[in-house]
Design a protein around this ligand. Structure first.
Ligand code: BG6
Length: 470
């Protein structure tokens, strides 16, 4: 195993909207995650929790961050909940108590030697903006978002070095309401909706980048997507062709816009083929272009790879592909069908570095498990194995392939509600003692992986052995 750089940012990441609870405390407004009516993940019969208490991180952040310090984490990515600062999203003055809360949180990180990495929107658009304007599909929301970004960045200038404009921006155009706050209007085709939303969130990102850099030129700014290599189910050329299309439209398109500063030719051609006209002004084209030169690094989440095959009766609604998603028989999966592919992370790192040539920051990677607390202990060996293999592949990408990686943030420091509000699907190094409808005592218990990751950080990634006393 080669050495990781001395300043490698080992740490973890959380989404505050999924963990804070305190959901109407101190002036916070409802957001799209609070009001989301959850659809079960395909093939599961999961049950859902309300967001009122979540992991109670709002009241226990000191304890939670203390544990991160104890693990020796160098960085933690968290999100400033939009509706805690601008409860409805259109106020002229921010909610001071909201700003103060994150100020205290940032001080706590610093006191524990943990560098804050802040996401500016992570499933937390004020519900009002979604209901009144239909989220980012409406350009007025872009301006309100930019005002929100201005408030936050001005307030935290000098305290936050790393900013991420928009969590998993590529999933906005997949039609994910949680990400864009939008729903497809009836008079719009899927192609129009996909295209306009892709462009609108890119404008929002671009304006956010310019805003951050104008306020704090030395801040480090990144866009962020979820990335997944898309494999062809076979070597049949038609399967390969479709895998490439899905990969481009689902994963590279937003990155190409953000990092190259133009709408790529394949996207323009697709809109032409489908007779889609989008609303995009010259000034917006300019800001997209200008902002691309200001990006410092490329942040992404990685959980799994995917596989597709050509199909006459394709599944999924997008007209850019004639494919269906298939199970990769070479890979195992967790209970929710997420396929485990550590080498896929090395592939992703190589692809992203080749294409964009920016330092890469893995800001989410982890596995959801229905962990069991027995006599105060959680033996989460499957999580340890997952992390160990993924970190090994990062090391290979860096030492054997020459990819530049700034850091690795595991998902997550402690358990919280999944994006589908599922408490049973746990990700943390700390077990949070509650179930879906029994809040119990919400106490934290160190899982076996807590000690394992602590040792990984202490050894700067050199000791990945899965054996550890517990
Ligand atoms: C990412 C999100 O998509 O995946 C997180 O940024 C989310 O917010 C994570 O929690 C894991 O997905 P899920 O659906 O299991 O929570």
């Amino acid at each position: 195993m080669s050495e990781f750089p001395k300043n490698f940012l080992w740490g973890a990441a959380i989404s505050n909207v999924q963990s804070e609870g305190g959901y109407l405390d101190d002036g916070k407004g409802l957001n799209v995650y609070d009001t989301l009516v959850v659809e079960p993940e395909i093939g599961t019969t999961t049950v859902y929790s309300s967001t009122d208490v979540a992991s109670d991180h709002y009241h226990r952040y000191v304890e939670d961050i203390g544990y991160m310090g104890e693990m020796g984490m160098k960085a933690c990515r968290f999100s400033i909940v939009w509706s805690r600062i601008h409860p409805n999203g259109n106020e002229s003055q921010p909610n001071q108590k909201g700003l103060e809360f994150y100020d205290k949180m940032i001080s706590e990180f610093k006191a524990n030697g943990v560098e804050p990495v802040v996401s500016l929107v992570h499933f937390d658009m004020p519900d009002y903006l979604s209901k009144k304007y239909n989220g980012f599909l409406n350009k007025e929301v872009i301006d309100l978002y930019v005002e929100h970004v201005r408030t936050v960045v001005e307030y935290f200038k000098g305290k936050v070095k790393y900013w991420i404009t928009y969590n998993e921006i590529n999933t906005a155009a997949w039609g994910d309401y949680l990400v864009s706050g939008s729903k497809k209007p009836e008079n719009m085709s899927e192609d129009e909706y996909f295209s306009q939303l892709t462009v609108n969130v890119a404008i929002a990102h671009a304006k956010a980048v310019m805003t951050i850099k104008n306020i704090d030129p030395i801040a480090k700014v990144s866009g962020m997507t979820t990335h997944s290599p898309v494999y062809s189910s076979s070597s049949k050329p038609q399967d390969v062709f479709e895998a490439d299309l899905v990969s481009r439209f689902n994963y590279y398109l937003p990155l190409d816009i953000m990092y190259f500063g133009v709408l790529p030719h394949y996207f323009l051609q697709y809109m032409k083929n489908k007779n889609v006209n989008i609303d995009l002004s010259d000034d917006e084209i300019k800001v997209i272009h200008e902002s691309s030169a200001k990006l410092d690094y490329l942040a992404f989440s990685y959980y799994q790879s995917s596989a597709v095959e050509f199909s006459e009766n394709k599944s999924g609604k997008y007209s850019f592909t004639n494919s269906s998603k298939v199970r990769n028989t070479y890979l195992k999966a967790n209970e929710w069908g997420w396929q485990i592919d550590p080498l896929g992370l090395r592939i992703a790192l190589n692809n992203l570095y080749d294409r964009y040539k920016k330092p890469l920051f893995i800001v989410e990677n982890g596995i959801g498990i229905d962990d069991q607390l027995v006599d105060g202990k959680v033996y989460d060996d499957a999580r340890i194995e997952y992390y160990s293999k993924h970190i090994e592949n990062i090391n290979d990408a860096m030492s054997k392939d020459g990819v530049e990686v700034m850091g690795y943030l595991a998902w997550a420091p402690f358990d919280f509600l999944s994006s589908h509000k599922e408490m049973r699907k746990r990700y943390g190094f700390l077990y949070v003692n509650r179930t879906r409808d029994d809040l119990k005592d919400l106490n934290r218990f160190k899982k076996k992986s807590f000690y394992w990751y602590k040792r990984v950080i202490e050894s700067n990634g050199q000791n990945l052995s899965i054996e550890i006393d517990y």
